[in-house]
Ligand binder design. Structure first.
Ligand code: SF4
Ligand code: SF4
Length: 401
């Protein structure tokens, strides 16, 4: 897929414009990291085939302690962070979650728990409510027990339904999230019916984006354009029928687009992710980019990381761009797309995202979609996310190096 990494420098302070001696004017300091994602742990009882955690998640250890997380929350709030997502893995596996939520509430964050539901008992729900948790996002993998349980390699479907009731009973606004792909796109009407029956205020139907474990399983997950369009038509019909009773968000997989998504709303612009071991990232997949020295909150103050670190400045603004992005009149809209996707497909993290039809690598995306139209018998078995596979992939990556 990738043609091998090309060298690129990650600190704007020492970067020169390719092919010129033009000096780069000092950049304005970045705005605040409005959105903080606290990935409390990468441990998870589920084994989703499209898991967005890095495939080598087992290397992000040891986890930050309660005291260290409180320090991160305090520093980020002082920098201007306002929204805080507690995520993972499964954040409920941390038994200090209530304490962290209480601290976040005291600091003035709007808090969101992003959970598979496993571990959300009545007792913990009550404690989280008391701690001031504002919002819960619960994931389902399908509307049927069979597929939900197959894709997660667990028996969690009934449990998730009970958790949805618990969320309503505690009067939290509820967002249900269902990652879509070839296997559950034909059930999109049933998924919407399930969300309505559970009383969800929002349903996020997020088509799989192909990073992490989803990339490993891409061939088995990528739908055809016809499957995607049929599901989108169903969503449109439901929107007209149900109005605001439940807001339906349908996120199209960018492989089917002509322009890339404005990834993270711009690198180092508003989003700050902290991995379980304290690694700070401008995007939760940034660990995949070679040569990027990711800073850690254990050894550097967050203000310094956000404002001055090479990793956070690597793709800020437009100065780092090459052609065709550099002279493109759409660069302020999409910031050249996703750096991880650019690297994965072109071998160059500073290239235009190959999803863009102006990218010289766009044909690769077209071919991947084309293959999905014809693939029937060549499928390899799905790889489920688990520690053993993660160790195997880490070992394979070391061998390649
Ligand atoms: S995607 Fe599935 S396996 Fe990955 S963290 Fe979420 S619930 Fe766990
Ligand atoms: S060329 Fe670059 S900036 Fe222009 S639309 Fe494509 S990805 Fe965006």
């Amino acid at each position: 897929m990738a043609s091998g990494p090309r060298s690129w420098r990650c600190c704007r302070k020492d970067r020169a414009v390719a092919g010129s001696t033009e000096a780069i004017p000092a950049a304005a300091p970045p705005g605040p990291p409005l959105w903080l994602l606290a990935e409390l742990t990468y441990r998870c009882p589920l084994h989703c085939v499209f898991c967005y955690n890095p495939t080598d998640y087992t290397r992000f250890q040891p986890e930050l302690s309660t005291r260290e997380w409180v320090d991160v929350l305090t520093q980020a709030r002082a920098l201007g962070a306002a929204q805080l997502g507690f995520s993972g893995g499964e954040p409920l596996l941390r038994d200090d979650l209530e304490e962290l939520v209480a601290e976040a509430h005291r600091l003035g964050y709007y808090t969101n728990l992003i959970t598979s539901g496993v571990g959300l008992t009545e007792r913990r729900a009550r404690a989280l409510k008391q701690a001031g948790l504002d919002h819960v996002q619960l994931s389902f993998q399908d509307s049927t027990r069979e597929l939900n349980d197959f894709l997660t390699h667990t028996r969690t479907f009934e449990l998730k339904k009970r958790v949805a009731e618990l969320i309503k009973a505690h009067d939290w606004p509820m967002v249900l999230n269902c990652v879509l792909h070839k296997h559950n796109l034909p059930h999109v009407d049933k998924i919407i019916e399930m969300a309505l029956a559970l009383g969800a205020e929002y349903l996020e139907l997020a088509n799989t984006q192909y990073y992490g474990w989803a990339l490993v399983n891409r061939e088995q997950l990528l739908p055809t354009r016809a499957e995607l369009e049929a599901a989108e038509a169903v969503v449109k019909r439901y929107r007209e029928q149900i109005g605001n009773r439940c807001r339906l968000l349908f996120v199209v997989p960018d492989y089917f687009e002509q322009r890339p998504k404005a990834c993270m709303n711009g690198w180092g612009k508003v989003f700050l992710s902290i991995a379980p071991d304290g690694t700070a990232m401008p995007c939760h997949n940034a660990g995949n980019l070679p040569g990027l020295q990711l800073p850690n909150v254990r050894s550097q103050p967050l203000r310094e990381i956000w404002r001055d670190s090479g990793a956070f400045n690597a793709f800020r603004g437009h100065d780092w761009m090459q052609e065709p992005c550099r002279s493109c009149d759409e660069k302020a809209k999409d910031f050249g797309g996703c750096r991880c996707q650019a690297y994965l497909m072109s071998g160059d993290a500073a290239a235009a995202d190959p999803v863009c039809s102006k990218s010289p690598q766009h044909e690769q995306v077209v071919n991947i979609v084309r293959r999905a139209e014809s693939a029937t018998s060549s499928w390899a078995p799905l790889v489920f996310r688990n520690d053993q596979e993660s160790h195997r992939m880490r070992a394979a990556a070391v061998d390649i190096e």
